[in-house]
Each structure stands twice: as structure tokens, then as C-alpha cells.
Design a protein around this ligand. Structure first.
Ligand code: MLC
Ligand code: AMP
Length: 504
């Protein structure tokens, strides 16, 4: 009897006194102590009546307890649905309702609004705060530190991660145990992770990068993590001499480069820097190498697929590329109109197939069918080409998407709010280059004839509706939006016009 994900990530560490989490206050959580906590949490889930396949939605701050909740879900067969801590009540309402979550775990500060959302759905609510306290922790305290792991197969669902769509409606990507496990094992191997590794973890744990890449790989390999609550420059600089690896979005690297304390000596103990979730500029790669002697390893992935390609650990890490497909993952470049493969070197849409590719979107068969072909290839929505060495170059996106500091913003979602505001006739939201976030959100609004839109009021409305990282960094009132002969707004023209707004 087995539970592949739990056994490979967690179960094998039972009773080990080896370090798993190094916390900023100097506390070390051993593998064994972590598993004890996870087992107590698993009892709370089953006591709450959750059974395999039920969904648990969690909007909680990063903490050892938050990770233990993930482990407890794996152990009980409950589907884990982590949510960005920046989401507003309106955004949360959609995810909780759409997923049919049976239990919502939130910070005590959000209890009121979450209870309002959960009550009509008959979902239960418990709290778990960043310091490990809360009604969930209270319920766990008296529970036994062992739990009979629930049997699962690799095909059973382990997690839902919501990813926005071009229509503005988020889709729950269903990830199986095998999706997560196959990728964790593949990457641990490709990037040479072992039990001596100490990963400097400063990413959020509600997305693929921080949870399924950084954490799962460390668990598979049996290493430990310096577990920081968020990206804090001083803490990172301080921790670098004790770490062996760092995973980050490009903003991590541009911020570190801006810091004179980043020196060759400071990173002498490091063996690997990984970047992903957004394009790393070749210039950043070059500057980082010149300063530290390290060539950042860039890889490419997404919520629906985990990681697809990676520059090699040994061999050429080519700046501006995301490397060849990982072993066991098929990748092809196709013509968006015909779906046929384009010649080597030509640009087309990137399609991927492998054990990493998700099972479809929760309760959205049409959207699943539109993106996941019968032959198993997933149409990523990214545009790219293969070079003569088989390395993938990402050259753009077919999907209307902005990636700001590694967080995805779907313009449609913001435009729908803007279009609703008094005095606004229409709007276009685009991403433009930004020195810190890579891309920043810019809104162009056209006023209703004879009206002057109240920009403060518009910002306030956006703030109520959307997570902070989705807010336009700037709103410009324009006379009209450029359109092509079909009447479609030419966002490429707008992007060109405003390309230097934030970079001077
Ligand atoms: C924070 N803010 C952002 C932002 N992050 N605004 C736009 N884009 C972002 N990414 C807001 C803050 O709320 C704050 O608002 C202001 O910007 C300045 O914040 P800051 O203190 O400078 O930012 P910080 O908190 O340090 O966060 C920046 C960051 C963070 C880059 C460290 O965004 C981050 O951890 N990003 C990682 C995202 C991630 O994990 N992506 C992986 C997705 S998985 P105010 O009100 O103060 O102005 C995926 C698949 C794959 O994509 O391939 O990996
Ligand atoms: P998400 O939906 O948050 O998982 O974001 C996935 C998207 O991030 C991909 O479809 C790409 O557009 C982008 N992405 C991830 N890694 C890279 C990378 N190394 N270079 C360029 N884009 C990337």
C-alpha cells in the first residue's frame, strides 16, 4: 500500500533528526519534527471530515506550519489549493466557490471576510497564522504525532493551482501526484541536488516555483532550506554564505546585483543559482557572472506543466535561452494556425508533453480541450524557437499576459474593472519594461465623451477588487486606442509607444 507523493517527499524522512528548515530566528526544524507536525495536521483534516479528493484552500503566510499543511494534504489524499496571500476577498470568493473547497485555512486577520464567503457554501474555516498560532494549530496540538498514510496512486490529484485565463476567469489546473513527483525527481537529478544541499528559500510557497520546484526538490533530495518568510535583501545577503543553492525570479538577481555586498567571497559556498518564472535578461546573466563567477541556470516552466526545459548543470548555459527539454519531456514548436511542426529555427507556439503535464482544468472541459490535445501535447501559449543545439528560445507570448516580478497578471481581468468605472469608455492594459519587476502593468483609458475619469477613484476601485501586484503602476488617459482593420486593439503598438515609461 503506497502513497507515491507522500512516501517520496515526506515519509522517507520519518524519525530523522537531520535539519529540514533553518528559520530566521535560529530555530531548526528537523525532518522528524516536521513530519510529526504534518501527522497532527492530518488528524485535524480527517477529524474535520475531509476525505481523499476533497479540496482544502489555504491563504496563509509562509511558515513551517504552512508547509506541514501541504504535507498533511498529501498524507490524507486531500487536494491542496494554495492561494496568493495578496488576493482580495473578491478574488478569494471565486477560488473557494469554484473549487468547492470543504475547508478553508486562512490568517486570523482575514477570518471575517473568509467566513462570509464560506458560510453559504457550507465550507469550514480554520485559522493558521504566520507565527504558527490559530484555531487549526489549536486543534492539532493534542493530536498524535503519527498518522496512517492514506493510499493513493500516482494518478490521483494532489493539488489545484489557479491560473488566470485570457477571458479574465481563472482556471484550476489539476495536478496529479505523478505530475509533481516526476518533475521533482527529474529536477533533483538534473540539478544534482543531494542531502548536503542548503537551499536559500525566499519565494512564496503558493506557486509552482517556491512549492513544487524549490521545496519538492529539496524534499526528494533530503536537503534543507534556509526558510525566509519573503524576499528580504539583508536576510538573503546574510544567508548566502551558509547556502549552496538559490532559486529566484529575475527580480531577485537584479536586486542582488544592485547590492555592493554581493561579492565573489560571499557566494563562495554556493554551487547553483537558478532563475525562472519570467525571462532573465542576457545582460543580467552576464553581470551576475562577472560579479560572482556563477552562470545562472535558467529554466522554463508553468503552472500546468511544472518545469519543461532547463539549461544544463554541466555544459553550456546559454544566456537568453531556457535550455533543451528535460529528459522524458517532448517539446515541439508548431504553427499556431495549423498545429503542424515548423522547421528548426522558425518561431511558433511551444507545445509540451510528458509526465509533468497536468490533468486538465477543474470543471472546464472546453478550456481543457482547447489547450490539451488528445495526443497529450499541451499548448503553452508561449512563442519560441529551437536553435541548432536544441535549446529553446522564448521570444514572446501568444497569450495576453503580463509577468510582473514573477507574478502573472492577465490584462483582461484588470480591463474588466477599469471598463466598469464611471467616465471610462474603454481601456487597454499592457506590460511595459520595468527595472525592478521586469514588466510593469500600465493602463490606458479612453474617457467617455465629455468626461474626465477620476483616476484616484479608479485606483481605489482596482485596489478593492484586485491583488496589489495586479494594480496598474500608472494609468494614462488617451484619446483613442490603436486598432487593426479587424477592430482589434493593437497592444504591440501601445507597448512600443510606452516602452520607456518606467526605464527612462
Ligand atoms: C510586490 N509588489 C508587486 C510585486 N510584488 N508589484 C508588482 N509585481 C510584483 N511581483 C508590490 C508590493 O505589494 C508593494 O506594494 C510594492 O509592489 C513594492 O513591493 P516590494 O517590497 O518592493 O516587493 P517585494 O515584496 O519585495 O516583492 C517583490 C518580489 C515578489 C519579486 C520579491 O513579487 C516575489 O516574491 N515574486 C515571486 C513570484 C513567484 O514566486 N512567481 C512564481 C510563479 S510560478 P506597495 O503598496 O507597497 O507599493 C511560475 C512557474 C515557473 O511562474 O516557471 O516558475
Ligand atoms: P505561470 O502561469 O505563473 O505558471 O507562468 C508561466 C509562464 O511564465 C510561462 O508560460 C512563461 O510565459 C513564463 N515563464 C516561465 N519561466 C520562464 C523563463 N525562464 N523565461 C521566460 N518566460 C518564462
Amino acid at each position: 500500500m503506497t502513497n507515491p507523493l507522500y512516501d517520496a517527499l515526506f515519509g522517507k524522512h520519518a524519525g530523522r533528526t537531520t535539519p529540514f528548515l533553518h528559520l530566521p530566528d535560529g530555530t531548526v526544524v528537523s525532518h522528524g519534527a516536521f513530519l510529526d507536525m504534518a501527522a497532527q495536521f492530518a488528524h485535524v483534516l480527517t477529524d474535520a471530515g475531509l476525505v481523499p479528493g476533497d479540496r482544502l484552500a489555504a491563504q496563509i503566510h509562509k511558515s513551517p506550519q504552512a508547509l506541514a499543511l501541504y504535507a498533511a494534504c498529501a498524507q490524507t489524499g486531500v487536494i491542496f489549493l494554495p492561494l496568493n496571500t495578496a488576493y482580495t476577498a473578491g478574488e478569494l470568493s471565486y477560488f473557494i466557490t469554484d473549487s468547492g473547497a470543504k475547508l478553508v485555512v486562512c490568517d486570523a486577520a482575514a477570518l471575517g471576510p473568509v467566513q462570509d464567503i464560506a458560510a453559504p457554501l457550507a465550507a469550514q474555516v480554520l485559522t493558521l497564522n504566520g507565527d504558527g498560532t490559530g484555531s487549526f494549530a489549536d486543534a492539532a496540538a493534542a493530536q498524535p504525532c503519527s498518522f496512517d498514510t492514506v493510499d493513493r496512486t500516482g494518478d490521483d490529484l494532489a493539488a489545484f493551482l489557479y491560473t488566470s485565463g485570457t477571458t479574465g476567469r481563472s482556471k484550476g489546473a489539476m495536478l496529479s501526484q505523478d505530475n509533481l513527483l516526476s518533475n521533482a525527481q527529474l529536477l533533483a537529478d538534473a540539478w544534482r541536488f543531494d542531502a548536503s544541499d542548503v537551499l536559500l528559500h525566499a519565494l512564496p510557497i503558493f506557486h509552482t516555483h517556491g512549492l513544487f520546484v524549490a521545496t519538492n526538490i529539496t524534499l526528494v533530495a533530503g536537503g534543507s532550506m534556509i526558510f525566509l518568510p519573503s524576499f528580504d535583501q539583508d536576510q538573503i545577503i546574510d544567508a548566502l554564505p551558509r547556502a549552496t543553492t538559490l532559486m529566484g525570479v529575475p527580480t531577485f538577481y537584479t536586486r542582488l546585483l544592485d547590492d555592493a555586498r554581493l561579492t565573489r567571497d560571499r557566494v563562495a559556498h554556493m554551487r547553483l543559482f537558478v532563475s525562472g518564472s519570467a525571462p532573465l535578461l542576457a545582460d543580467t546573466h552576464a553581470q551576475f557572472e562577472a560579479r560572482t563567477g556563477h552562470r545562472i541556470l535558467e529554466r522554463y516552466g508553468m503552472t500546468e506543466t511544472n518545469m519543461n526545459t532547463s539549461n544544463p548543470y554541466d555544459g553550456a548555459r546559454k544566456p537568453g535561452t531556457v535550455g533543451p527539454p528535460l529528459p522524458g519531456i517532448d517539446l515541439k514548436i508548431t504553427d499556431p494556425d495549423t498545429g503542424t511542426q515548423v522547421p528548426p529555427g522558425a518561431v511558433g507556439q511551444i507545445e509540451v508533453r510528458g509526465p509533468n503535464v497536468f490533468k486538465g482544468y477543474w470543471q472546464m472541459p472546453e478550456k481543457t480541450a482547447a489547450e490539451l490535445r488528445d495526443n497529450g501535447f499541451f499548448i503553452t501559449g508561449d512563442l519560441g524557437k529551437l536553435d541548432e543545439d536544441g535549446y529553446v528560445h522564448i521570444v514572446g507570448r501568444q497569450k495576453d499576459l503580463i509577468i510582473s516580478g514573477g507574478f502573472n497578471v492577465y490584462p483582461k481581468e484588470v480591463e474588466l474593472i477599469l471598463d466598469d468605472q464611471p467616465g471610462v469608455q474603454e481601456s487597454a492594459v499592457i506590460g511595459v519594461p520595468h527595472p525592478d519587476f521586469g514588466e510593469a502593468v500600465l493602463a490606458l483609458v479612453v474617457a467617455d465623451p465629455g468626461h474626465a475619469p477620476d483616476l484616484d477613484q479608479i485606483q481605489a476601485a482596482t485596489a478593492t477588487a484586485l491583488a496589489r501586484y495586479k494594480h496598474p503602476r500608472k494609468i494614462l488617459v488617451v484619446d483613442s486606442l490603436p486598432r487593426n482593420t479587424m477592430g482589434k486593439v493593437q497592444k504591440n503598438v501601445l507597448r512600443d509607444t510606452h516602452a520607456r515609461l518606467f526605464t527612462g
